[in-house]
Ligand binder design. Sequence first.
Ligand code: NAD
Ligand code: MG
Length: 396
Amino acid sequence: MSRPQQITVLGATGSIGLSTLDVIARHPERYQVFALSGFSRLSELFALCVRHAPQFAVVPQAAAARSLQDDLRAAGLSTQVLVGEEGLCQIASAPEVDAVMAAIVGAAGLRPTLAAVEAGKKILLANKEALVMSGALFMQAVRKSGSVLLPIDSEHNAIFQCMPQDFARGLGAVGVRRILLTASGGPFRQTPMSELAHVSPDQACAHPNWSMGRKISVDSASMMNKGLELIEACWLFDAKPAQVEVVIHPQSVIHSLVDYVDGSVLAQLGNPDMRTPIASALAWPERIDSGVAPLDLFAIARLDFEAPDEGRFPCLRLARQAAEAGDSAPAMLNAANEVAVQAFLDGRVRYLEIASIIEEVLSLEPVVALADLEAVFTADAKARDLARQWLKRHDR
Ligand code: NAD
Ligand code: MG
């Protein structure tokens, strides 16, 4: 067999990062960790370096880098520690690297992920916010470099598996009528509306089926996650927002479906464990063991479906409107959401105010074309600024 593939894991200390390392460790003959990054929880990053002996590790600040470097040397490791966004871009684009797991949360992942795209790497894309912010530019960069882009988001990975291989010819050309994007409905699917005003960050993060980082957990509770995923699906599969239908499926067993013009509907099923999409993308087009237990249909017994209620989930409506408006609207939506969710997690705003903040930001700022990456970051910064003004005005 040829040499193991060299993998960079951006966001290694997070939920997706750890699941990725779990799959990689099952296949040492196929994959070797080239580099890892972490942002907080640096003692965990140290432990991951000891376990996987990467050539590089990246941390946000110089002081943290010096301390991690000393600890690694003392442990007899030759891992070199790099700093900040520059370090992230370096490990994402190094010539030795075959594939990059983009698992940083939020807009912070955009530049490093794009660096990997521009270097023509195989991209395992978990960091949906990067694609949502910069959609057209991101996809242009993928086409230009010939990078292979594989979705990790369970829904998009499912859609990818249910699409014909030549789907890039266009959904119409390959006979696809609709994409059915499934959503669990999160922890508040049935919470009485009167109680939603008072739900806490911990309640929002208690997802019924998935264990995830806190930001995406809040997004799942508000269904902004599904909104971001709708936009993500439009870019990945060249679909119009109207071709993507959101279906609430509380068991999270069907990860999404593709509806063809002949009436065939293909679905991908599996236990809700991110190691399945991760293993599927890592090995694509082959299949490898992921450590996930086989699906027990008799234990699941039934699969339910319902239509989403945009009154209960205003973030889904706001995301669909941003998807339809295009240009800078998704970047603004994403940035306003990041500020609002962080403020909610910090106890500064109530759950229902997340949607109010985003709605106000989108109503105040006109949609503009995004000619280059700087324009993306300008739109992102404007939205963050407006969201912070909301917080100030409400004395938070
Ligand atoms: P997480 O919070 O568990 O981990 C985030 C990682 O990013 C950590 O390693 C953290 O150190 C790093 N990070 C945070 N802020 C950073 C910054 N400013 N600069 C550099 N690094 C930073 O999040 P997660 O649940 O693993 O999600 C990661 C991404 O994957 C998100 O975009 C999320 O939407 C997507 N995703 C996650 C899941 C899931 O099941 N967890 C499923 C689908 C998609
Ligand atoms: Mg998802």
